[in-house]
Design a binder for this molecule. Structure first.
Ligand code: C2O
Length: 537
């Protein structure tokens, strides 16, 4: 195992897209930011120095950070932000994981421009459990706003309305040649005919689930969220905000130029899709004057494709990579996902949009929850987050008003989990206000997606159909609109771990909570002490 060192200088830089330049927050002046490369077993040190006039904090999305929440990164959850002029070194081991993950700013909406890929290769001499690719490429999908994102959010908050949608989607920061002033900067990969390539695809978009396809080429899905899957062939993938997907592409077509494209999946066509991002897959020695072929992507509201695609995702569950699904459950949780309207004296209309889990709109603390937990600082958070919703109603059939009001408490309310207990969590959508899936992300863990369905979860019938053999294991899962998803995990990682909808819009409205996982009996099962340079609030 090696020690890999990186330096992240947070700095503002002018970047131009769609014929307009604007200052954006970057890492090392790059957009998207640099990729991190490591091998399973390596120790990674990333020194973040903040030269910008924004508070910063960086999350290593999907890395388990065993006993080491200090390196997880969500602002006010595991650390105070790195303030202007300060430095903090994220110091972590990459243990028991290999595959594609990613990193992003975890404070306000700064991840709009502060993000990049994390590539964890298997241990030296360990091959992939699939045909060895000739070469690998990272494709990080994102969103771009012409205006200043923080300003847009402030404006939305003032009005109590959703902020403006992004102007375009991007692949590796670029919209592609179908947009004005974008042709020169198109991202292209060059391939040879008759070879196999590995594409590491990340959805770094703030507010969208995305479809991705390549004209003329099928893809074989081999890994999701840094967990190997049973390979399957598909002509398009669905990837929620926060998720990663590795696919193999066989270059078995007539040499030419082919578009790779990403466009949103929304359960109802709320907006016209005019934002499809493209990049180019280009065979060697093909002149770049040839116009690329456009792929067929599922329609904006293609829920049938989405359900079908998700049902094909299975853990590899091989002798080398067994799926250890918890069979016996120690703790059962049932959380309703609500979007509602609350009074807001400071908002222009007197109301604001809010979101809740079990009718609770999460409030952020003033200092890091993990510090408060480690040092037993009183009055920072409560641990009375309810295991069940406060009111039981027809979650997907009740009138809109049934779930409009949410409760905002003074302190953040967390749920306390005993060390090593097996947890089952049903996430039940009640979302009748805006019809969208919710990509739920749990920090510090992977979980198994043992079941999902449309309508209300039925505790009598549905558990009998759970997949406890080879369910997909991941860190982010799309809870379908008007439906539910069941996940299971073993709480073997002590600390404070954030769980939230990965649509930044919904996180901002309060669709989040955190678990306090207690220390185990053995000293090797307790949270490590904080590093010396941990930022203070
Ligand atoms: Cu990728 Cu808490 O986020």
């Amino acid at each position: 195992a090696k020690v890999k060192k990186y330096r992240f200088d947070i700095q503002v830089k002018n970047v131009s897209r769609l014929c307009q330049a604007k200052p954006i927050v970057t890492v090392n002046g790059k957009f998207p930011g640099p990729a991190i490369y490591a091998r399973e077993g390596d120790r990674v040190l990333i020194n973040v120095t903040n030269h910008a006039q924004y508070n910063m904090s960086i999350h290593w999305h999907g890395l388990k950070q065993y006993r080491n929440g200090w390196a997880d990164g969500p602002a006010y959850v595991t650390q105070c932000p790195v303030q202007t002029g300060q430095s903090y070194t994220y110091d972590f081991n990459v243990t028991g994981q290999r595959g594609t993950l990613w990193w992003h700013a975890h404070i306000f909406w700064l991840r709009a421009t502060v993000y990049g890929a994390i590539v964890i290769r298997p241990k030296q001499g360990t091959p992939y459990p699939f045909p060895q690719p000739k070469f690998e490429f990272n494709l990080v999908l994102g969103e771009w706003w012409n205006d200043d994102v923080e300003e847009i959010v402030k404006q939305g908050n003032k009005l109590g309305l959703p902020p403006k949608l992004s102007d375009v989607h991007t692949i590796n920061g670029k919209p592609g040649p179908l947009f004005p002033c974008s042709e020169k900067h198109t991202y292209a990969i060059e391939v040879e005919q008759g070879k196999t390539y590995l594409l590491r695809i990340v959805n770094a978009a703030l507010n969208d689930e995305l479809f991705f396809a390549i004209a003329g080429h099928n893809m074989t899905v081999v890994e999701i969220d840094a967990v190997y899957t049973k390979p399957f062939l598909t002509d398009a993938i669905l990837i929620s905000s926060g998720q990663t997907t590795n696919v193999l592409v066989r270059t078995n077509q007539i040499p030419g130029r082919y578009f790779m494209a990403a466009r949103p999946f929304m359960d109802t066509p709320l907006s016209i899709d005019n934002k499809t991002a493209t990049a180019i897959l280009q065979y060697k020695n093909i002149p770049s004057t040839i116009i690329p072929t456009v792929p067929q992507l599922p329609a904006l509201n293609d829920t049938v494709f989405a359900l079908n695609y998700n049902s094909k995702l299975r853990s590899l569950n091989s002798p080398n990579f067994p799926a250890n699904v918890p069979i016996k459950v120690n703790r059962r949780l049932f959380y309703t996902i609500g979007l509602g309207i609350n009074p807001c004296p400071t908002c222009q209309n007197g109301t604001t949009l809010t979101a809740s889990l079990n009718n609770i709109t999460f409030v952020m603390p003033k200092i890091g929850l993990l510090q408060a937990h480690y040092f037993s600082i009183k009055g920072v958070f409560a641990t009375d987050f309810p295991d069940w919703p406060l009111t039981v109603f027809n979650y997907t059939g009740a009138p809109l008003t049934a779930n409009l009001r949410t409760n905002q408490s003074k302190l953040p309310r967390l749920s306390k989990i005993a060390f090593n207990s097996t947890v089952e969590l049903i996430l039940q959508d009640t979302n009748l206000l805006l019809v969208e899936s919710h990509p739920f992300h749990l920090h510090g863990y992977n979980f198994f997606v043992v079941g999902t369905g449309i309508g209300n979860f039925d505790p009598k019938k549905d558990p009998a159909r759970f997949n406890l053999v080879d369910p997909p294991e991941r860190n982010t899962v799309g809870v379908p609109t008007g439906g539910w998803t069941a996940i299971r995990f073993r709480a073997d990682n002590p600390g404070v771990w954030f769980m939230h909808c990965h649509l930044e819009l919904h996180t901002g409205w309060g669709l989040k909570m955190a678990f306090v996982v207690e220390n185990g009996p053995h000293p090797d099962h307790s949270l490590l002490p904080p590093p010396k340079d941990l930022p203070q609030c």
